[in-house]
Design a protein around this ligand. Structure first.
Ligand SMILES: [Zn+2]
Length: 195
């Protein structure tokens, strides 16, 4: 499934995977759910398959996404939670009718109602955001060190010192930038050494 949607950054936490559907927020932002169908695709790979999505529901989803981003950023920086973000997250949480069901194999699945699949899916995402912002899960909210990203991510590393939202993108880019900077420094050193 992941290879079908290489442009989605799917992490281990639903709420921050969702906020990662808008990347490079502090640079040239990339919208990864530009159409209702793309949201349907993202929900499918995130265990929240819905049959359809309207443009109004896409707007609702993006509004929730930005509210989660705002609340998670505030939590990561120990700032007060923005009241509007809290209201939106709570509205989405209470307005869904998703049910957790247990499979015979012992896995959790979300059962969404056919009539309001997207709203139900958003309620699951909102509840996930509430659990991490409220500090109920083992981990710590942090902001990506990349200046063009600054995405909020959930650090579950033992030392809680993870710096990047995503190792394959932000982490890798930073590593490359550092390598090039070092190379230049060495070249300069070599040149000045010649004189
Ligand atoms: Zn990042």
């Amino acid at each position: 499934m992941r290879t079908r949607f290489p442009d989605f950054r799917l992490g281990n936490v639903l709420a921050t995977s969702f906020t990662a559907t808008l990347t490079e927020r502090c640079g040239n932002a990339v919208e990864r759910i530009p159409t209702p169908q793309r949201l349907v695709d993202w929900l499918a790979v995130s265990g929240l398959a819905v049959e359809s999505c309207t443009s109004v529901q896409l707007e609702l989803a993006r509004e929730l996404r930005e509210a989660i981003h705002a609340a998670a950023t505030a939590a990561a920086t120990q700032a007060p939670l923005p009241a509007s973000a809290v209201r939106i997250i709570n509205d989405r949480s209470v307005q869904g009718r998703a049910a957790a069901v247990l499979t015979p194999e012992g896995d959790r699945r979300w059962r969404l109602t056919p009539a309001s699949g997207v709203e139900d899916a958003l309620s699951v995402i909102a509840a996930d955001a509430i659990s991490i912002v409220a500090g109920e899960r083992d981990g710590k909210l942090a902001l990506c060190a990349s200046p063009t990203c600054r995405a909020a991510f959930f650090d579950t590393s033992q030392s809680r010192t993870r710096r990047w939202c995503d190792m394959n993108t932000c982490g890798n880019r930073q590593k490359k930038a550092r390598f090039i900077a070092n190379q230049r420094k060495n070249e300069t050193a070599a040149r000045t050494g010649d004189v």
